[in-house]
Design a protein around this ligand. Structure first.
Ligand SMILES: Cc1ncc(COP(=O)(O)O)c(C=O)c1O
Ligand SMILES: Nc1c(O)cccc1C(=O)C[C@H](N)C(=O)O
Length: 407
């Protein structure tokens, strides 16, 4: 933390925030969300804010589509094909052409589906593939599920930091599961490079995009990713428990042998055949009846992306997180926090500060209307959802944090 920054007067930071908010090309998008000005919400990386279009859309689905049309809605309201249709709306946000993303089930279930599918693909490719490698710092659900997927497929489970993959990958590797952005530190892993390394070892890669989709460009097609999953309640604002999605690269679809082949993934679900025949296309990654209410809430939430380019979102995200770090540097009592998030391009859209007594500090911040979250063991986590967070919010959060630490 440089002395030059530490000596910035508060007014200079306020001027910077005001100028950045004035010049922000995404400023108008904030109006698409239902936000209260008394709260500085920096937890959109855990639960995204409510888009204004959602309540009326959900009310219409309940009152009209369910209430009046009832079962006719499966066809007349497009319920049956909503998982693929909403998947295609997520496509441009993560760089996937249509027909490769389907929405349904939780992220945990899709991690299982994608990882077992990846192992089976690798084993179809050739013999000797008997290891799953999982990101050592992964969000716990991915690690737990990788353990079970390994037992089920007869693989060994290895855990490695994405930094150390070069020393771990080899002819025995079947599949590698990596989080694009680390939920705790906010570190962004190099998706093109890691995907290339996994492919060079003859294995398949599964990316968990939960903390990157909607915050930065992912480029799934461009970088030749095999499979990916992600949740939709963070930067995609789908709401609590909104269904997750799975991406399967188009050229792999005809070989996809997923472990949950329910009737909705059958070639002809309503033929009700006793033998399984997989659907062609991404419908093959479905399982059972879609979660229509939450799926259509997500559909409405995705309207906030109209006219928004993900590159502009990334530019604002980097500017916001960089500005917050500058504010923290200038305003906080010296030595009270250290930044666990890498600088610049190597970060996602959050800033994590290590701080003694972090749990209590976060409780006091929330009492004062600055909502971030605490993650074990000592992390204050602040998420900057670029569609609705202002530079003034970043400054205010740092000011309140400075007051809390001084008190
Ligand atoms: C990287 C990652 N994967 C998965 C999940 C969650 O999975 P699920 O939606 O099944 O709770 C989270 C957070 O909730 C996460 O951060
Ligand atoms: N997914 C969550 C949930 O359903 C309830 C409460 C919190 C969460 C989370 O944000 C967990 C998470 N993915 C994290 O980044 O810490």
């Amino acid at each position: 933390m440089s002395e030059a920054l530490r000596s910035h007067p508060r007014t200079a930071l306020a001027d910077r925030a005001a100028e950045a908010d004035r010049a922000d090309p995404l400023a108008r998008v904030r109006d698409r969300f239902d936000l209260d000005d008394g709260v500085t919400y920096l937890d959109g990386n855990s639960l995204g804010a409510l888009p204004r279009a959602v309540p009326d859309r959900v009310a219409h689905v309940i009152r009209h589509e369910w209430g009046r049309l009832r079962i006719r809605s499966w066809t007349e309201s497009g319920w049956w094909t909503a998982p693929e249709r909403v998947g295609d709306r997520i496509g441009p946000i993560v760089g996937a052409a249509p027909g490769q993303i389907v929405v349904g089930d939780s992220t945990s279930v899709n991690v299982f589906r994608a990882l077992v599918s990846a192992v089976r693909l690798a084993q179809q490719d050739g013999p000797g593939r008997a290891e799953i490698v999982v990101d050592a710092t992964t969000f716990p659900t991915d690690g737990y599920i990788a353990g079970s997927a390994a037992r089920m497929t007869g693989c060994r489970l290895r855990s490695a930091s994405p930094d150390d993959l070069a020393g771990v990958l080899g002819p025995a590797t079947a599949a590698v599961l990596v989080n694009h952005v680390d939920y705790r530190t906010g570190r962004l892993w190099d998706l093109p490079e890691i995907t290339g390394m996994v492919h060079a070892a003859g294995a398949r890669v599964v990316w968990d995009l939960s903390h990157s989709a909607g915050a930065l460009p992912v480029g799934l097609d461009e970088h030749g990713v095999d499979l990916a999953v992600g949740c939709t309640y963070k930067y995609l604002n789908g709401g609590p428990g909104a269904p997750s999605y799975v991406y399967v690269r188009a050229d792999l679809l005809s070989r996809l042998d997923q472990p949950l082949p329910g009737w909705c993934s059958h070639a002809e679900p309503f033929a009700m055949e006793s033998d399984y025949r997989a659907a062609t296309g991404i419908s093959r990654a479905r399982a059972g009846t879609p979660e229509i209410l939450s799926l259509l809430a997500l559909d409405a939430a995705l309207d906030v992306w109209d006219g928004v380019e993900i590159a502009a979102v990334r530019d604002k995200s980097l500017a916001l997180t960089g500005f917050f770090v500058d504010c923290v540097t200038a305003l906080l009592p010296s030595g009270r926090v250290t930044c666990a998030t890498p600088t610049g391009e190597r970060r996602g859209s959050q800033v994590s500060l290590r701080c003694a007594g972090a749990a209590g500090v976060m409780r006091r911040l929330i009492d004062r209307g600055v909502v971030g979250d605490f993650r074990e063991p000592d992390i204050l986590r602040f998420g900057f959802a670029p569609l609705y967070t202002r530079f003034a919010d970043a400054l205010h959060a740092a000011e309140v944090l400075a007051e809390v630490l001084a008190s």
